[in-house]
Design a protein. Sequence first.
Length: 468
Amino acid sequence: MADTAAAPRTARIARTVIENGAVATVDPVGTEYASGHVVLAGNRIESLGPGPAPAGLTDVVRRIDATGHLVTPGLVNTHHHFYQWITRGLATDHNLFDWLVALYPMWARIDEPMVYAAAQGSLAMMARGGVTTAMDHHYVFPRGSGDLSAAIIRAAGEIGVRFTLARGSMDRGEKDGGLPPDFAVETLEGALAATEETVGRHHDPSPDAMTQVAVAPCSPFSVSTELLREGAELARRLGVRLHTHGSETVEEEKFCHELFGMGPTDYFESTGWLGEDVWMAHCVHMNDSDIAAFARTGTGVAHCPSSNARLAAGIARVPDLLAAGVPVGLGVDGTASNESGELHTELRNALLVNRLGARREAALTARQALRLGTYGGARVLGRATETGSLEPGKLADLVLWKLDTLAHASIADPVAALVLGAAAPVTASFVNGRQIVENGRLLHADEDTIAHETRTQARRLARITAGR
């Protein structure tokens, strides 16, 4: 008897075709096309190359004429503190320690509605400016403040970006010689338990994950040695990455020598905090030995040029880090020390800041800056096999930058226009194959509502801090 069962139908994958734009792939050899195409199939890049897309493609649901645009991988932000969106413009003439002392009394009073609004504001600003993968290092968990991690993750999902939550912690309060108020820190046991619970609830280890979690004690001067050591052991047991602040200021280096008898890099290595699964923010004050240790262990760096300048922390040795093979990405940092909140500006500032000094005119090039903001960031977050460059099979995270307006039209090199010119408008931004920005506006969240709520929560926090 013949089998009359119907043969299974092959699933149809919707395709989006982008044509006629310049393409900077940021692949391993830096392939670029003066006029090229990119074909998206579902949440993946199916093909790309020079000229128009191949004829005969099926299931094409959309064609985008990218004339006058540069197509790049989406920007990847490797360091941020979203909650600071509601404390922008304060302590504007302070170094890091004085700035922290001035602002910790406010930060210690944040709660879930404030953190959610601040996360929306931070994410909205980045997404509008070409960020497709974001991260947040959140380490302030005042008692009774609500489920702050869930609020941040909810905001990322609503905006539509790929996201890493670096679940931070502090257990060294003022009574133990730290900077944060005692009521804003956790116990060692409480921090470790809450971090493990956050990983268990929210971390997705799959290759196309939209949400991942890292273990992220805050810094040497707000965290005990035990929390650093046991946090590293926890992260490796759970199979997630590790993040913290490192070598940001000369004061931190002095602190580490006085308290631990060694510099920050040696201290981190003694607690298990160097390795391919680790990235640190800032890394400004590093000597040759420190850089060699990072290169030897594959430890990554989140370079935050605007914040480093705002707080007078210094200039990170990015060209030397890159020459040694250290993974380096870019970070906005918290918007209480980088009020613009945009990663695009960090492309330009990284290039300019690293050229300061005699005979440094080629210390960093426009294409190196773009690589820092895309592939470099993906590598730092442990996602370079999935995103950060435009290659067949990689996730469909990409941006169309409009470069034919007054601001850029007379610059022949589109990469130079993007990096050195004014902030380029984002005509379209895709994350996981889904468009999240069109003509500079968010598609899945209302910017005016977000702006109103961030102002409301900023004023509320100011009143609470003032005791009104």
